[in-house]
Design a protein around this ligand. Structure first.
Ligand SMILES: [Zn+2]
Length: 674
């Protein structure tokens, strides 16, 4: 227990987070905590303060993998440990995984060069080894690269870290309390990762003025005299640590009565969660809560507390809904199970709990109805220039059409951007495309190229026929890998009357939302600009939060003339700023339009169409890759979008061709089989 940092007990409020962390400290089997909240809450401070109140850990002396002296890992790379090996006690560790960490840093580095040339298995443990029997903390866990997420999930699921390079492998135990913090505004978490966290907590700064004042008072006192502050809080810290120890001791004796277990099942069924993990986590958290309260039997109140922490992120929901839990419904489910103890929850999931309410898996919730009726008198496309007063044109808000899986739109060429799933890029994971001399440490051997490099030297190295090949360090060749990067996808959406007039806006919104879902899955950064009436508007500045984009887009009204040039100039400006901010992230401009241009940019001397073409030329000259999604429909087509696509030096795609090929193909294949 150290005096550095802010004491866990001195943090004001955030009782739910405190409880969630304490329950995991009592019962690590719960599976960790995900803390969601805006910046500026003390969520990270609290997580970092946790280690100081965790019980000390006994380890085998000299073991880099923190083997428990009572039960050393039989496969420990530093083992086997003799039964009489020395041991020592050290504080529990909190290990931070930085979002930009390399694979080697996480799982450890295996020196293939030494393995191949000296026959030594040299392994440098990574963060997973350091976190074993402690806490692994990922701040901004939603920004963690997919590749690291996969490694982390594997380790968490197996309790083992496994590293393999070119047939040389190492494994060691890696069981840790996983804690992640995230700001949902910066992007959501992959569902698989979300489900890995046992509990979720929403963290918010206190609203009560007295509480806020107390936060400041303590912070000032701490900063003025950290050592004295820590000393004053030490009794509270000790008390908390002792409570964790005693709850851990009580945990194995806590009884979960059948009636209460039925409540767990009833609650999980009422909230329509996927799979069985929710039931298990809720049960474990309820047991831990009873132990935390010093009770040897689980009650309905424990289940209630556990469900509030374990279920919000597991509830089946629309892609962009925030996780939360309806408290009234929770009470109903608990009461329903109580009054009906003889009924197993599996028998009739539709007939349980007063009201039997279940979340309707209907279409997207939309307030505006009937907005897509034909014959809407959208005008303003033929009015005199300069007369487009916003508000004069009829405005409507179309309900987004059905979502679908879209084709992968990509930036041509090979990039070097952050890992993702869109455009081709040189990466540290992916398929092998060639060999090169290693720069720095060799981590992916290209065997064929290495053998070819060694072959000409065999006579000079004194090898005679039956002996094995003599390989020297200079022969080793590194594999060159190609994977995919994420991009900045900037949507430029025509929201003018000409789009609305053709009753296409619902379909267009559905298509753009589908593209947004796709961008989310491919880990892209997204931005949305719309143009209509007199101007272009940045609906969403480039961000990783697709939810924000989806919400604003669904509510977007349409109508008015079509200032295409203004839209393109705005896109040009936004992309230029983004390039300065993040030069390696290659942009893709997705222009969704019917290609008509009836409004000019402010201060523009050209008429709308040439102005649009000139603006498109500027975007192209900046080296931005573009795709024009052509929304023109009907028998007579003007083909205006093709002209804009040419000016952008981009490609054009019909709205109807946006749906992914593979989906249609698999459906066709199924029909053929049938
Ligand atoms: Zn060991």
């Amino acid at each position: 227990m150290t005096a550095e940092g802010f004491p866990f007990s001195a943090i004001v409020g955030m009782d739910e987070l405190r409880l969630a962390l304490a329950l995991n400290a009592v019962s690590p089997a719960i599976g960790g905590v995900l803390v969601r909240g805006e910046k500026g809450t003390a969520k990270s401070t609290m997580v970092r303060a946790l280690a100081a109140v965790l019980p000390d850990v006994g380890v085998v002396a000299g073991c880099r993998f923190s083997c428990d002296p009572a039960a050393p890992d039989p496969r420990c790379p530093d083992g086997p440990h003799e039964p009489g090996a020395g041991s020592l006690t050290r504080p529990a560790r909190l290990v931070e995984l930085p979002v930009g960490a390399s694979e080697d840093r996480l799982v450890g580095a295996l020196d293939i060069e030494r393995a191949l040339t000296e026959g030594v298995k040299a392994y440098e443990p990574g963060l997973l080894a350091a976190a074993h029997r402690g806490v692994l903390y990922v701040d901004e866990v939603n920004l963690l690269h997919d590749h690291l997420v996969d490694l982390l999930l594997d380790a968490a699921a197996l309790g083992t870290c496994y590293v393999e390079r070119e047939g040389v492998s190492v494994r060691h135990a890696a069981r840790f309390l996983l804690v992640g913090t995230m700001n949902p505004e910066e992007g959501e978490l992959r569902p698989q990762l979300l489900d890995r966290f046992g509990l979720t907590v929403q963290a918010a700064a206190p609203r009560d003025p007295a509480e806020r004042a107390e936060v400041v008072r303590r912070r000032l006192a701490h900063d003025a005299d950290p050592v004295g502050f820590a000393r004053r809080w030490q009794p509270a810290e000790d008390e908390l640590a002792a409570r964790i120890v005693s709850a851990r001791g009580l945990l194995p004796r806590v009884v979960l009565p059948d009636a209460v277990l039925r409540q767990v099942a009833s609650v999980c069924a009422a909230f329509d969660v996927d799979g069985m993990r929710a039931d298990l986590v809720t049960a474990r958290a309820a047991v831990a809560h009873a132990a935390w309260q010093g009770r040897a039997e689980v009650t309905a109140e424990d289940v209630r507390t556990a469900a509030r922490l374990a279920l919000p992120h597991r509830r089946r929901r629309q892609p962009f809904d925030a996780p939360d839990l309806d408290e009234d419904k929770l009470d109903e489910a608990l009461a329903g199970a109580e009054t009906d103890p003889d009924r197993g929850p599996e028998h009739d999931p539709d007939d349980r709990g007063p009201g039997g309410a279940s979340p309707a898996p209907g279409g997207p919730p939309q307030a505006s109805a009937g907005a897509d009726g034909p014959g809407e008198h959208a005008e303003a496309d033929g009015g005199p220039p300069g007369a487009a007063v916003p508000g004069r044109a009829p405005e409507r808000t179309a309900t987004p059409g059905a979502l679908f899986r879209v084709r992968r739109l990509e930036v041509p060429g090979t990039g070097t951007g952050a890992a993702g799933r869109r455009s081709r890029a040189r990466t540290d994971a992916g398929r092998v495309t060639g060999a090169l001399r290693p720069r720095g440490r060799l981590d992916r051997l290209h065997l064929a190229a290495t053998l070819m490099a060694a072959a000409p030297h065999q006579l000079a190295r004194g090898r005679s026929a039956p002996e094995p090949l003599v390989v020297r360090a200079a022969d080793l060749r590194q594999a060159r890998l190609e994977g995919r990067e994420s991009n900045l996808v900037l949507f430029l959406v025509d929201a003018s009357g000409s789009m609305a007039a053709r009753a296409r806006m619902g379909a267009v919104k559905g298509a753009v939302l589908s593209l947004l879902v796709d961008a989310y899955q491919r880990r892209d950064k997204v931005g949305v600009i719309t143009f209509r009436g007199a101007r272009a508007q940045v609906l969403l500045p480039p961000t990783s939060s697709v939810e924000a984009a989806a919400g604003r887009l669904a509510a977007l009204p349409t109508g008015g003339r079509t200032p295409l040039a203004a839209g393109l100039l705005k896109a040009h400006e936004v992309l230029r700023t983004e390039r300065l901010r993040d030069p390696r992230r290659r942009p893709l401009l997705v222009l969704v339009t019917d290609g008509r241009a009836t409004g000019a940019a402010p201060g523009e001397s050209l008429t709308p169409v040439p102005a649009a073409h000139r603006a498109a030329g500027l975007v192209a000259a900046a080296g931005v890759a573009s795709v024009v999604v052509d929304c023109e429909s009907g028998a007579v087509r003007l083909g205006l979008a093709e002209g804009i696509a040419r000016a952008l030096r981009g490609t054009v795609l019909r709205l109807d061709d946006l749906a992914a090929g593979p989906l249609a193909e698999s459906v066709r294949a199924l029909k053929e089989v049938a």
